[in-house]
Write a protein that binds this ligand. Structure first.
Ligand code: KIV
Length: 265
């Protein structure tokens, strides 16, 4: 397998095939995704929820994203690694944004992702100008949960649709190499995908995007605090882990473990 680069990803748009993306936050999981041939691994700030147990992504810090990036990088040979810029790491000033993007790249990320359309365009442009690829993220943007009044589908009326189209164009113009479209009607995601020249990666945005991203804990059945309708479950690892843990406890309680083969004579 060959190392995936930003050029490969940008070329995938319009080639017919779709771009698969999953999140990872630790080394062994990243290794499994990489060996499976995943094009992009996203070190998402969803780590705050599915890994650390926070209620939302707002508490996630730069130190935490640097730690998760370091862990993921050690498990990856080929996939393209994108790390989320956490809340407050890019909104306050462009200087902050550039420094924090640089710190994530130093940890081994190959691109950063940040939320926002028109409002984030200057920041995206400044980060791209310093040589760091940026993935945009518009629609349902979890770091704006309080402004949206919850995790709500965006772009349902005419005015919001126009705003999201403007956002997508602004992100493209600012120099982003791709863009996540989250929580919006499938026909709007289709229109955006057909309008802009960079690959769109959908989550809860229907089937017409150039790629799809999901949170790994969601597809493996490891996170059940929130169950979004757009998630497809591919395994029930919670049940698998629970059964293994029960078996181990029974073995210890009944003296079946450790056996002779697990002991030193
Ligand atoms: O944090 C994350 O995992 C994300 C994706 C789900 C798009 O931003």
């Amino acid at each position: 397998m060959k190392k995936v680069t930003i050029l490969d990803i940008m070329q995938m748009k319009g080639e017919g095939g779709k771009i698969p993306v999953l999140t990872a936050y630790d080394c062994p999981t990243a290794k499994i995704l990489d060996e499976a041939g995943m094009s992009i691994i996203l070190v998402g700030d969803s780590a705050g929820m599915v890994f650390a147990g926070y209620e939302n992504t707002l508490s996630v810090t730069m130190d935490e994203m640097r730690y998760h990036t370091r862990a993921v990088v050690r498990g990856v040979n080929n996939a393209f690694i994108v790390t989320d810029m956490p809340f407050l790491s890019y909104q306050v000033s462009i200087e902050d944004a550039k420094r924090n993007a640089g710190l994530l790249i130093r940890e081994g990320a190959e691109a950063v992702k940040l939320e926002g359309g028109v409002i984030a365009a200057d920041t995206i442009n400044a980060i791209v100008d310093m040589g760091v690829p940026v993935m945009g993220h518009i629609g349902l943007t979890p770091q704006s949960i309080h402004r949206m009044g919850g995790y709500k589908v965006q772009g349902k009326d005419k005015r919001q649709r126009k705003r999201l189209l403007d956002d997508a164009r602004a992100v493209e113009r600012a120099g982003a190499f791709s863009i996540v479209l989250e929580g919006m009607p499938a026909d709007l995601a289709r229109e955006i995908t057909e309008t802009i020249s960079i690959p769109t990666i959908g989550i809860g945005a229907g089937r017409y995007c150039d790629g799809q991203v999901l949170v790994i804990h969601d597809i493996l059945g490891l996170y059940d605090n929130i169950k979004p309708r757009f998630v497809k479950g591919y395994a029930d690892l919670k049940a698998v882990i629970s059964s293994a843990v029960h078996e181990y406890m029974e073995d210890v309680k009944r003296g079946r473990f450790p056996g002779k083969e697990h002991s030193f004579q």
